[in-house]
Write a new protein. Structure first.
Length: 133
């Protein structure tokens, strides 16, 4: 019987003390595991915070870039419209009505083609389809 129970004390009264020692060692091991988990959680938290800060910075840069692009588009459209209207005014001032009519027809054909192409694309590509590159 003593061969199977090598770790057991010879005195049966020592058995509760040995059990308490094992419990003490087990609690130390659990404490180290908890410390390791806590350290891991802290590192994960710091990484997540850092990642979110970087992502927020990227999103801010993206918004700034989009805002700049829209400003440039509006400036281009405004200057183009001003030049076209100036051309129309000058042509009308010189009594060249036919030039203005032909120019307006060309603009309408281009606009109709653009709207038609956009409508065709909207019908052909379903909303659930991924965007074509």
């Amino acid at each position: 019987m003593s061969e199977n129970n090598i770790n057991l004390p010879a005195d049966p009264n020592q058995l509760p003390l040995k059990f308490l020692e094992f419990q003490k060692e087990e609690l130390k091991v659990r404490e180290k595991e908890i410390e390791a988990r806590t350290a891991s959680d802290e590192r994960s938290y710091k990484y997540a915070v850092q990642s979110m800060q970087v992502q927020a910075g990227d999103l801010e840069l993206n918004r700034t870039h989009q805002r700049d692009i829209i400003k440039k588009i509006f400036w281009f459209a405004g200057i183009s419209l001003t030049l076209i209207l100036g051309f129309f005014a000058y042509a009308l001032y010189l009594n060249k009505d036919e030039i203005v009519k032909e120019f307006v027809k060309a603009i309408l054909y281009i606009a109709a083609g653009g709207v038609g192409g956009y409508g065709y694309k909207s019908i052909k590509i379903k909303p659930n389809d991924p965007p074509a590159n």
